[in-house]
Design a protein around this ligand. Structure first.
Ligand SMILES: C[S@@+](CC[C@H](N)C(=O)[O-])C[C@H]1O[C@@H](n2cnc3c(N)ncnc32)[C@H](O)[C@@H]1O
Length: 304
């Protein structure tokens, strides 16, 4: 067994020690991963250990996001809506709570290798990123930094800018990039995308925003701003979710149609959609039973 695979096994063991009923799910997830994905997860774990974190802490971080998501699903089932609907409701308990935000981002990073829909969305980004294009890459809300890493590793952009309003996210993205790609021309800035007024219209060749829209009160403002900042012909990639409660999800779409109408109304057209139903259900069943649907889109500036 390689060093990476051993670390992955140790992480899985640590999660199972703390939450034994998750064993079957985790073993299936690891078995379904490609060798490359297992190696990447192993390298990520090694990087985290080099920062002084322990596998137990990472396992706890993963279980924090899992437990909190299950609690919010229960709330959603009972009440028919997300627990919170304003940014102020979650700002203190999530974005400005350094300890929670750190665990949340480490946990979320691990889900990109273990939760089937998150795995599919990562694969979709890696296969969609243009290989032949230079220019400027912008990412909104990089969080743990994994999408930005995919763009550095797969694309051929000349420079990369990430903007995130959480200090924990900025630190995680900066350190992961510095560790794996110390010479990449990357800037990660602590700022709110909505007030980043100095970004020039039609100046980016790629704009990526993963799992941010459901965290904001007015997703249409984000989508319009992305349409404005993207050059005609730019690669635009956005992921979000429908009926998918989490501690800090505040904007609820009940159908993919509702979400996709919003995208079109904001000056973006859908080039390729990826709509992922709840495990074991079809898209129609997920919609009718109000179960989580994950979505990712390659978009284009409309009219380009
Ligand atoms: C759930 S994480 C997503 C991480 C990663 N992009 C992914 O796809 O898994 C959402 C990130 O968006 C950031 N964020 C939320 N609102 C933002 C805003 N207005 N401007 C910049 N970043 C924002 C959060 O701080 C957090 O790091």
């Amino acid at each position: 067994m390689s060093d990476s695979q051993q670390l992955v096994s140790k992480l899985v063991d640590s999660v199972i020690d703390q939450f034994p009923v998750h064993r079957g799910f985790l073993e299936q997830a690891v078995e379904g991963a490609t060798e490359d994905e297992r190696d990447r997860l192993g390298s990520y774990l090694r990087f985290c250990l080099s920062k002084g974190l322990s596998l137990e802490y990472l396992a706890e971080s993963y279980l924090t996001i899992l437990g909190d998501t299950l609690d919010e699903q229960e709330y959603f089932r009972r009440h028919g809506h997300y627990r919170h609907s304003t940014f102020a409701d979650v700002a203190e308990s999530v974005y400005h709570d350094r300890d929670y935000m750190d665990r949340y981002m480490y946990g979320l990073a691990i889900t990109t290798f273990l939760w089937p829909n998150h795995v599919e969305m990562s694969r979709f980004l890696r296969r969609s990123l243009p290989r032949d294009r230079g220019g400027r890459y912008l990412e909104v809300g990089p969080g743990h930094g994994f999408l930005l890493m995919a763009a550095i590793e797969t694309g051929s952009f000349d420079d990369f800018l990430g903007v995130d309003l959480s200090p924990a996210s900025v630190e995680q993205t900066r350190t992961i990039v510095e560790h794996f790609h110390p010479d990449a021309p990357v800037r990660v800035e602590l700022r709110d995308f909505l007030t980043a007024d100095d970004l020039a219209p039609s100046s980016f060749d790629a704009v990526v925003m993963g799992e941010v829209l459901e965290h904001v009160e007015q997703p249409e403002v984000f989508l319009r701003r992305i349409a404005d900042l993207a050059k005609p012909g730019a690669f635009v990639f956005v992921t979000t979710c429908v009926n998918a409660p989490a501690v800090d999800h505040i904007y609820l779409w009940r159908t993919t149609d509702e979400l996709e109408s919003m995208i079109s109304d904001c000056g973006l057209s859908i080039v390729e959609p990826l709509r992922l139903p709840y495990e074991g259900k079809t898209l129609d069943q997920s919609r009718d039973e109000q179960l989580p649907i994950n979505v990712a889109y390659v978009l284009a500036k409309a009219g380009a």
